[in-house]
Write a protein that binds this ligand. Structure first.
Ligand code: SF4
Ligand code: SF4
Length: 293
């Protein structure tokens, strides 16, 4: 079934134009993506999140350095020279791209200078309903929303507190608000024609039996694909194991009953550049001149 799926593009308009929405191997290899680490802050507190600045860790939440929107333009310029197949500019951290204005400001600059680049945004979804008009207006085509649970009891363990309208919400209240905004935001984005992928971190003992429910709800809201990301045990979840191969297989099979499953995620850095799993220009991109503030 997988071989058959892979022979037919799931998103014909994005095939060969976005490595993570291309579902054939030819399409995946044809297009590179650049992540711009312009988003400093976050508005929620996930138990597995450890943000850092360094050159070595290969995982989300890590970048060489934070970029201002002006710096980001210079990075795109250089990336287009280094990496001729660059087709997508995404913003996925190091914090949440909708918690501050840097990401949408950066996207507007890029759209004005390089209108042919596909714009891709990754968010925890808390601010999605209130910022969806801006997101559509700036021309973002592909959206990833991280949804780790649709049951508030489970979600409260994963993200015990959030900042909402200048107040702190804890526990169940935080979880209900986050899940509600994520599902509403996905529905609004789908209605505006964005192509939506959901990322779900697979967390042993916490949400591993809940993946089918997440997939069913986000599919009903309008998501088109799901990416099950194995937990990297760190921060408050440092003592949990990483999910076994069998657990990953079962979770993906559960999700596949409701949604197309993305199988090739590399858990990229917030400043990645190249085709995920095939090429990596990040070190070349951040030469010593770009490291100096
Ligand atoms: Fe970290 Fe992203 Fe969660 Fe914010 S939303 S705490 S950046 S994993
Ligand atoms: Fe694609 Fe996964 Fe990398 Fe995001 S983290 S760019 S979905 S491979």
């Amino acid at each position: 079934a997988d071989a058959l799926q892979r022979a037919t593009p799931a998103f014909p308009a994005l095939e060969g134009r976005h490595p993570c929405f291309s579902t054939t191997s030819e399409g995946h290899a044809a297009a590179a993506r650049l992540h711009l680490p312009v988003s400093p802050g976050c508005n929620i507190d996930c138990s597995f999140c450890k943000r850092d600045f360094n050159r070595s860790d290969q995982r989300p939440g890590v970048a060489t350095r934070l970029l201002s929107p002006e710096d980001a333009e210079a990075v795109v310029e250089r990336a287009l020279e280094l990496c001729p197949s660059l087709a997508v500019v995404g913003i996925a951290g190091p914090g949440d791209p909708l918690a501050t204005d840097h990401a949408l400001d950066t996207f507007a600059r890029i759209r004005a200078r390089w209108p042919r680049l596909t714009l891709c945004l990754s968010t925890n979804g808390l601010m999605l309903p209130s910022r969806i008009e801006e997101i559509a207006a700036v021309g973002i085509e592909t959206l990833t929303v991280t949804v780790n649970a649709v049951d508030p009891e489970i979600q409260a363990t994963i993200t015990p507190k959030i900042a909402w309208q200048r107040r702190r919400l804890d526990g169940r209240a935080a979880a209900e608000r986050l899940i509600g905004n994520q599902l509403e935001g996905i529905a609004l984005a789908a209605a505006l024609g964005l192509t939506i992928k959901v990322n779900t971190v697979l967390i042993p003992t916490v949400n591993e039996d809940h993946i089918g429910d997440v997939a069913a709800e986000v599919a009903a809201a309008g998501a088109r694909m799901i990416n099950i990301i194995p937990l990297i045990p760190q921060h408050r979840f440092a003592n949990l194991p990483a999910p076994s191969l069998m657990r990953r297989y079962v979770a993906r099979a559960e999700a596949e009953r409701h949604l197309r499953v993305f199988h090739d995620c590399q858990r990229c850095r917030a400043d990645a550049c190249g085709v995920p799993g095939l090429s990596d220009y990040t070190a070349a991109l951040y030469g010593d001149d770009l490291l100096a503030e």
